[in-house]
Design a protein around this ligand. Sequence first.
Ligand code: SF4
Length: 227
Amino acid sequence: MLHPFLKEECIPDRNVVLRSQGIPENHGFPEIEMLLEQAISVFEQLIKPVGIFLPVSKVEFQRILAGEGQNEDMLPLEKIVENGKSFQLFAFTMGKPVSQKIGELLKISDYPLAYMLDAVASRGVEKVAESATRIVLHKTADHADDRSLMYSPGYCGWHLTAQKKLFDALKPQAIGISLTEDALMQPIKSISGVIVTGSKEVHSFKNNFPFCRTCVSKNCRERIRNL
Ligand code: SF4
């Protein structure tokens, strides 16, 4: 199922963009504010936000999760899927023009605007992902305790090469997303994976997997806290 998103749904909160760059809210630099305004304006003009969803069975998703056999020995998503109720493959993109613009700005060494636009676009993708998760929860939850969370290849032991099986099933080429040989998405401001719906407890786990030792973000903790 194709799902167009409104541009307004994609504009990230300014403070979220600043924080993602390590800039405090009350930084006191008008130049930074102007740069942020300019980046948001360019972003709004260029984006073409669209998503695609596909519900799959648990067995079908477990086949996709296994990917090309390069996952870590154990991963949190295996247990989450075992106990989850519903599984929606998804992909969203902000479209080619905004990704191209970031590349062009880097080429002409306009690094401040390039990095600010990159940050705005990344936070915009996250915002759309959150709104898509809410849509899926609304459609699939059958209990007040149910929660939906998004999981993507390339994170938490799920190898990036699993994108290949995910793309074979979902076919996000229909919304202009393709995969490179290295399993990276084009346009770069895109996101893909699965949205799992299950009880709150289903999404909780201890982050004591071997690969967690080298994880800098530890952002699973915040996701679980916010359930
Ligand atoms: S600590 Fe990092 S790698 Fe480990 S599960 Fe959490 S986010 Fe994933």
